[in-house]
Ligand binder design. Structure first.
Ligand code: KIV
Length: 305
């Protein structure tokens, strides 16, 4: 039995690979997306640390969204989002927990691997879950290396700035691109007294500078006043990404489920809802239920003879 592959592709277009059986001529169709390349230079358009730093230099904004599984990550990647963050927010969004604290290494690896498999263009970043960063430099390095090796992601994110500078430096020395998450650090929600705006300007600036000095390639700021975020952004040569940090950061990140209106819960002030997927889903499921009851699904066309 010989299977001969015919690849039907268009430049930079997701396309199909057709594998034909030599005797029967029957085909097996697989979704095939060729690596995206710049049309003129043939340079791959995979987003890298350099691309993001170049964007800051060119005053081009960076887009980042959370992703937790293959199918959503694929859509976001096709839509051209620069960075997919496998955030430990999956503890709240996917698992329905109250905080990110219970999320485990195994869960981050499970979700990270699915997202990394879907991304052809976007940089994939995986969060170090609690209490990895709280257990010292060698533990952090071991955990981050495991995440890189098992998920094939491109970078990690860890909460903390100044107090994590040794760990950030160790990861960067080991070739692990690292993002520092400062301002509101959800893993420290109990110590911070809840999910509140962080207004300590000296602390924020110290964290940002220490993270940059330690080698972080990007600084994520959560829930800080916009004037402070602006000041930090202007003081750093690495890009900043904001969530609840106003419009002057070098880029913006949101939890994709919030942006798509997939949840019922009250959204934070900084969320903009671009769709009402919860409502669309409820309506589609109601129609499906109706069609089963009325006998209109499945039709003859949806059945085998
Ligand atoms: O875990 C996460 O999704 C995050 C974003 C909210 C920034 O850290």
């Amino acid at each position: 039995m010989i299977l001969s592959p015919e690849i039907h592709i268009g430049l930079n277009q997701p396309s199909w690979i057709i594998i034909k059986h030599s005797d029967t001529g029957l085909g097996l169709f697989c979704d095939y997306s060729p690596p995206k390349t710049d049309f003129m230079t043939d340079v791959p358009t995979q987003i890298t640390v350099r691309t993001l730093q170049q964007k800051k230099k060119n005053a081009e904004k960076i887009s980042m969204l959370t992703a937790y599984d293959y199918s959503m990550a694929r859509l976001l990647d096709q839509a051209g989002v620069d960075c997919l963050l496998v955030g430990d927010s999956l503890g709240m969004v996917v698992q329905g927990r109250k905080t990110t604290v219970p999320v485990t290494m195994a869960q981050m690896i499970y979700h990270g691997e699915m997202v990394a498999r879907a991304a052809e263009h976007a940089m994939v970043i995986v969060d170090l879950p609690f209490p990895v960063g709280q257990r010292g430099v060698s533990h952090t390095l071991k955990a981050a290396s495991k995440i890189m090796k098992k998920t094939l992601c491109h970078a990690v994110k860890m909460e903390g700035g100044h107090e994590q500078s040794e760990s950030i430096a160790a990861l960067v020395d080991a070739g692990i691109p690292t993002i520092a998450h400062i301002g509101l650090r959800p893993q420290s929600v109990h110590a911070l007294g809840g999910y509140r705006v962080q207004r300590n300007a000296a602390r924020l600036m110290q964290d940002a500078q220490a993270a940059q000095e330690a080698g972080a390639f990007m600084v994520l700021m959560e829930c800080v006043p916009r004037s402070l975020a602006k000041e930090v952004t202007e003081s750093l040569h690495v890009p900043t990404i904001g969530i609840g940090a106003g419009p002057d950061c070098d880029g913006q990140v949101l939890v994709v489920n919030d942006l798509l209106g997939m949840t019922e819960k009250l959204s934070p002030k900084f969320v903009r809802k671009y769709a009402d997927v919860a409502d669309i889903t409820r309506k589609a499921i109601a129609e499906f239920q109706f069609d089963i009851q009325s006998g209109s699904f499945p039709s003859a066309l949806e059945s085998f003879d």
